[in-house]
Structures are given as structure tokens and as C-alpha cells.
Unconditional design. Structure first.
Length: 296
């Protein structure tokens, strides 16, 4: 089977509408960029193609697929796939480049400055990223290439570190998160009918919009909505100022709201004016729906 056919077999149905020549060039570029960066870590072209195809957002239009492939972090994707396949040299490189890096040590130190704590987090990361469980691939297999691998690893590390916090600290933070979630889940009485009637297409629209986020956007939302961190805490973890985090989170929410609106209008066949009757439902339930998706 040639690479374009292999890609189509593992990609969303829209892949069949991708321009054949452009798709072929994009796949060859994806493979070559990764191979040039890591000639010592051998990965078959078929493995790269299957992985990239399987991680493509379901709503990517056929004409957009070549550009989506060109935008992937090919070098990072190549290393990640090599790790999925258990390459000893790739695993060593990953450990050196990401788990033992000074940037990760500094980020972990903002949660707990103890060297023993950092060692515990790194060991748990090795198990989480590279050891699969019953019927489930290792976590590294989830990396899509749509964001930098360093950022993706850092967020997985932060979530692992947060799980290792003392129980009292977790309970204090989680109490606030539960209150926020409970408040977000409250629906005004006048929205009850709309929720019952449009709940399913709404959830489908949110799911489709969420799938179009890149790794960094999804990870930022996960830290805020699932882990319950405030923007100042996220900023500290990533060594950036609070305004940067607030701006990125606002952009994520605006994107999700806009994409959900477009998809819901298409599913229901309604006009922008008619959509206004659903605006309250969308606003009130968006956080709750995204939190549910992030916890999967």
C-alpha cells in the first residue's frame, strides 16, 4: 500500500478529498523532516504516516490536510513515534532532552523544591509516558505533533507533580475547583427546555470544536479546568507573566465558543439570529462540557 492510501485508511473520511499530489508531497516532507533531524532513530515511513493520520482532527477539510501536515512538528513527532516503538536510543534521547532538562527541574521546583520530589515526578513520568497498561498504549502515543513536544511533556509533568502534592494542598485547591464546576453546571430555569432539546447536538458541536485545538491550547485548559489552577499559578509554572496566560486562555475560549457556534448552527440548520436563543445555553455549559472532555 502506498503512503497516501495508508494515510487515507487511518485518517478521517475527509482525507479522501485531499488533493493527491499535495498530500503525497506533504507526507514525504513530514517523513523527511523527521528523518533529517533524527537519522540515528530509525522509524518506518508507514509508522509516521499512521500516527499522523490517526491524530488528525476529524473536522479537517480535505483541501486543508496537506497544510495541516506541513504545520506539524515533524522532528518531535519522529522522536515520539520512535519512543512508542520502544527504540532504546530514542528513549535515552527523550530522557536527556526533556526529563532531565533544566527547564523541567525549574518548573517542578516551583511546586516543590525538593530534589527527591523531582526524582519521584520523573520516575512517574517514565512509567506514564512509556509503559502501557491493559489495552492502552503508553501516554507518549497521544502526542499529535500539533504543538511542541517540550510544551506537551511539561504539562504532563506538571499534572503528575500536582498529583504528588500533599493531600491537604490538593483538597484546598480541589474544593475551589468543585465549587466553580458546581456553579458552572447550574442552568437557569428558562434554559431547561433548550438544554433538553439541544443538549446532544450541543455536546457534539463542543466535541468537534475541542478536537480542533492544538496540544498547547488543550493543555492550558486542562490545567485550569481539571487541575483547578489559577492563572497566576499557571504563569508561575511556565515562567511567563500572568497576562500572557490570561491572553492565551481567553483566545482558547473565544476559539471554542466561535467554533461551537458555527458547528451548532450547521447541525441545527439555524440562522445567526435564531442562534441567539441558544446563546445562554452555550455560555453556561461550555466550561462543564470542556472539563468533561479533558478528563477522558
Amino acid at each position: 500500500m502506498d503512503l497516501t492510501s495508508l494515510f487515507a485508511a487511518h485518517a478521517p473520511a475527509s482525507a479522501r478529498a485531499a488533493p493527491a499530489d499535495a498530500l503525497s508531497r506533504a507526507l514525504e516532507s513530514l517523513i523527511e523532516r523527521g528523518r533529517s533531524a533524527w537519522p540515528q532513530h530509525r522509524v518506518s515511513p508507514e509508522s509516521i504516516v499512521r500516527h499522523a493520520a490517526g491524530k488528525l482532527p476529524a473536522d479537517t477539510g480535505g483541501a486543508d490536510i496537506p497544510a495541516a501536515l506541513e504545520s506539524l512538528h515533524a522532528e518531535d513527532l519522529h522522536l515520539a513515534v520512535a519512543c512508542v516503538e520502544g527504540s532504546a536510543t530514542a528513549l535515552q534521547e527523550f530522557d536527556r532532552r526533556y526529563l532531565a532538562a533544566g527547564a523541567l527541574r525549574a518548573a517542578l521546583g516551583r511546586i516543590n523544591p525538593s530534589a527527591a520530589f523531582a526524582d519521584d515526578v520523573r520516575q512517574l513520568l517514565r512509567e506514564k509516558l512509556f509503559v502501557g497498561s491493559a489495552g492502552r498504549e503508553p501516554r507518549i502515543a497521544e502526542y499529535s505533533g500539533r504543538g511542541a513536544l517540550a510544551s506537551w511533556v511539561r504539562v504532563v509533568a506538571m499534572r503528575t507533580a500536582l498529583d504528588l502534592r500533599p493531600q491537604a494542598a490538593r483538597e484546598t485547591q480541589d474544593d475551589g475547583a468543585e465549587i466553580d464546576a458546581a456553579a458552572a453546571a447550574t442552568v437557569e430555569p428558562e434554559l431547561k427546555y433548550l438544554k433538553e432539546k439541544y443538549g446532544k447536538p450541543f455536546q457534539e458541536a463542543v466535541s468537534d470544536a475541542f478536537a480542533a485545538l492544538d496540544d498547547e491550547q488543550a493543555n492550558l485548559l486542562r490545567l485550569q479546568l481539571v487541575d483547578g489552577l489559577r492563572t497566576a499559578q499557571i504563569a508561575t509554572l511556565f515562567g511567563v507573566d500572568r497576562s500572557t496566560v490570561k491572553r492565551r486562555l481567553a483566545a482558547c475560549r473565544d476559539h471554542l465558543l466561535d467554533e461551537t457556534r458555527k458547528r451548532l448552527m450547521a447541525k441545527l440548520g439555524i440562522s445567526p439570529a435564531e442562534f441567539e436563543s441558544l446563546a445562554g445555553l452555550v455560555q453556561s455549559q461550555l466550561n462543564v462540557s470542556i472539563e468533561r472532555l479533558l478528563k477522558r
